[in-house]
Design a protein around this ligand. Structure first.
Ligand code: NIG
Ligand code: FE
Length: 404
């Protein structure tokens, strides 16, 4: 029955309520058993049964729930620093993609890489994310774009889930772009996703099925077909939408009952209202907006119509080559108009909901995993404002202190 005491301010980030409400509790303590939280409250009220418990001290520092990165493309081959330079000279993401670069460039490097190599690399990224306080990560396939290639990426995630302390949630993104083999037969590729990839991914390899709806990727009608197949196999819909153009993605997400719709830089007011009404989580990916020089997603407008906004990195070698979730949270404040408290809830409780993990993590509450981060900062405001390379002094996963 370990206990964490001397918490200067505990940001519990409970489910529900306004996103700005992070449920702060001063001079708090948290107790757990077998990795699950059993008691949370003011330290002065710690029940006698915890008197002789193993004590960890936060030394008066703030404590937050383990962070949840609800949108990454964690496993991939190669990098694309050459495209970063091209974009710095004015080339656009779409121009580079049309010239055979972009997602297809990473597809080639990923196809050439073995499962071992991909797992080793993704595992190292995960270790660094954990150092930053990220204890749950959603990871998408999407760079294999063949039946075997997509399954290879999902198998990498299954292997990592078995060995990493970080909790992984996997998503099938076979519908990232149409691969060259199906250039003249888009319908054939969609059918392959529906009839082969979805049933195989649903055998314990993925929980969600994602589609990139955009010019040069997939249409809303193709997404509907894929989601229907996904639903039959228990894979919930997720969407990459309205990133480069307004593709009415908010309306589509509401129509298909997506768990989340992500990017949303060009979503209309009508789309925002429909998402709020349908309870779809809006995910902002400010690192991608920054790197692609997109207008920022209007998080303030989403929040004002009652749609919760999660914050994630979108970590991938093209549009968002950083796995630094606290940095994405700072950008959510400077670019998207969120407050630091809203960004915190967006990278904990709301992010957990975006990946269906709200009963497991995302809050410091009885019954949830004891995933906790002690911050070396005065407060959450100060943490996201000062933006040091890493403010996580200590990270607990399932009650176990990482790094000894
Ligand atoms: O989320 N928008 C589509 N997919 C990724 C980019 C992937 C890539 O460029 O490799 C994204 O931004
Ligand atoms: Fe993405």
């Amino acid at each position: 029955m370990p206990v964490l005491v001397d918490i200067g301010c505990l940001y519990r980030c409970l489910d529900g309520g306004k996103q700005s409400d992070v449920h702060m509790l001063e001079n708090a303590a948290v107790a757990w058993e077998d990795g699950i939280i059993t008691w949370v409250g003011p330290q002065a009220g710690l029940p006698a049964q915890y008197a002789g418990a193993l004590q960890h001290s936060a030394g008066g520092s703030p404590v937050i729930p383990g962070l949840v990165d609800c949108h990454t493309h964690l496993a991939f081959g190669g990098w694309r620093a050459d495209e970063f330079e091209l974009r710095s000279r004015g080339a656009t993401y779409q121009e580079i993609a049309r010239a055979g670069g972009g997602i297809r460039s990473t597809m080639r490097a990923t196809r050439a890489a073995g499962e071992e190599e991909l797992a080793g690399r993704a595992g190292r990224f995960l270790g660094r994310m954990l150092d930053l306080g990220v204890t749950t990560v959603e990871a998408k396939s999407g760079y294999g774009l063949t039946f075997d290639g997509e399954l290879k990426l999902l198998s990498v995630y299954r292997r990592l889930a078995e060995v990493s302390p970080v909790q992984l949630v996997s998503t099938l993104l076979g519908a990232h772009v149409v691969p060259p083999e199906f250039e003249g037969d888009r319908g054939g590729y969609v059918t392959m996703i529906c009839e082969r990839m979805v049933p195989a991914a649903a055998q314990g390899l993925a929980s969600f099925c994602d589609v990139f709806v955009e010019d040069g990727a997939f249409t809303a009608d193709e997404a509907r077909v894929i989601f229907e197949a996904g639903r039959a196999y228990g894979l919930r819909p997720k969407l990459h939408v309205d990133q480069l153009t307004d593709g009415a993605g908010g309306l589509l997400a509401a129509e298909v009952g997506a768990a989340s719709a992500d990017h949303l830089e060009y979503t209309s007011a009508e789309g925002m209202a429909a998402m709020a009404e349908a309870g779809v989580v809006a995910v902002t990916l400010p690192i991608a907006s920054l790197y692609l020089r997109q207008p920022p997603m209007r998080a303030r407008a989403f929040l004002d119509v009652g749609c919760d906004v999660a914050v994630a990195t979108d970590f991938n070698p093209g549009s968002a080559p950083s796995y630094h979730l606290p940095w994405a949270m700072t950008l959510a404040c400077t670019m998207n108009g969120m407050t630091p408290h809203e960004a915190l809830k967006g990278a904990t409780a709301v992010a957990a909901r975006a990946i269906g993990m709200e009963s497991v993590c995302g809050s410091v509450a009885v019954g949830k995993r004891a995933d906790l981060v002690i911050l070396e900062a005065e407060s959450v405001n100060h943490w996201l404002y000062h933006a040091v390379p890493n403010a996580a002094q200590a990270v607990f996963v399932g009650g176990i202190r990482m790094g000894g």
